[in-house]
Design a protein around this ligand. Structure first.
Ligand SMILES: [Zn+2]
Length: 241
């Protein structure tokens, strides 16, 4: 019987592949490295940063436009949700309005909103999350409030879940409330509109302009969305003890 001798380099290659396989299996077994492969990746969330392009939305006393803050928070939220394994579709990722996507003799604002709703339906999304900033003559008014589609029970559930997480990072807890905004007032659509704060309030405006707070808020919103999504997924047959 004759032994087959492998060249040294081949042996090193085989050995290192084997080592990598062992390390990968160990990491997988301990849960340190888990690629997003759960049912979450079958769920699509549609994020809608309000306004854009010619439509700046409201503004703070320094002239910072709502559309900019909405987009910054929405992009941070997109990244958070993607990291958690969810599929994300955005109505816009740049400074643009969506009215050119809808034709007809209706005003630009309505065409813009219709295009956003259409995107949510086309994406077959589980839910629509619209991000806006509020403004009030009553300058003391502040805080993040989640409005939900009052025509749908899942919308309320989603809003309560987000509001609960958001309340953990804001000064005064707020209550999720039914909203009559066109974008969420749609039959069969699970939708919430988050007024992330009041640009008329100096404290809120300063927070909303800070990239750190934008991240904090986006993380809280994403936790609320994830909690809602996980409730929809049937629990796995394997139970952890
Ligand atoms: Zn707005």
């Amino acid at each position: 019987m004759k032994f087959i001798f492998f060249p040294r380099q081949t042996l090193i290659r085989i050995f290192s592949s084997f080592l990598l396989l062992v390390i990968a299996s160990l990491l997988l077994a301990t849960g340190l490295y888990r690629k997003a492969q759960g049912p979450l990746e079958n769920l699509t969330v549609l994020i809608d940063p309000g306004h854009g392009g010619v439509d700046g939305g409201t503004a703070d006393h320094t002239g910072i436009l709502e559309k900019e803050i909405n987009l910054a928070i929405a992009l941070a939220l997109r990244d958070q949700l993607k990291q958690s394994g969810l599929r994300v579709v955005m109505t816009r990722e740049t400074d643009t309005d969506l009215s050119p996507f809808i034709s007809g003799r209706i005003d630009r604002h309505r065409r813009d909103l219709l295009a956003r709703v259409q995107k949510a339906r086309q994406a077959n999304s589980l839910c629509l999350i619209s991000i806006h900033c509020d403004w009030s003559e009553a300058r003391h008014k502040q805080g993040t409030v989640v409005f939900y589609n009052y025509l749908s029970a899942p919308s309320k559930e989603l809003a309560l879940s987000i509001q609960e997480e958001v309340n953990k990072v804001q000064k005064k807890p707020q209550k999720a409330v039914p909203g009559r905004y066109f974008i969420i007032r749609q039959k069969g659509l699970t939708g919430v509109l988050i007024e992330v704060g009041f640009l008329s309030n100096t404290e809120d405006a300063a927070l909303l302009k800070s990239p750190e707070y934008q991240e904090t808020l986006a993380l809280a919103i994403s936790k609320g969305i994830l909690k809602y999504c996980r409730q929809l997924i049937p629990s796995p047959s394997l139970h952890q003890h």
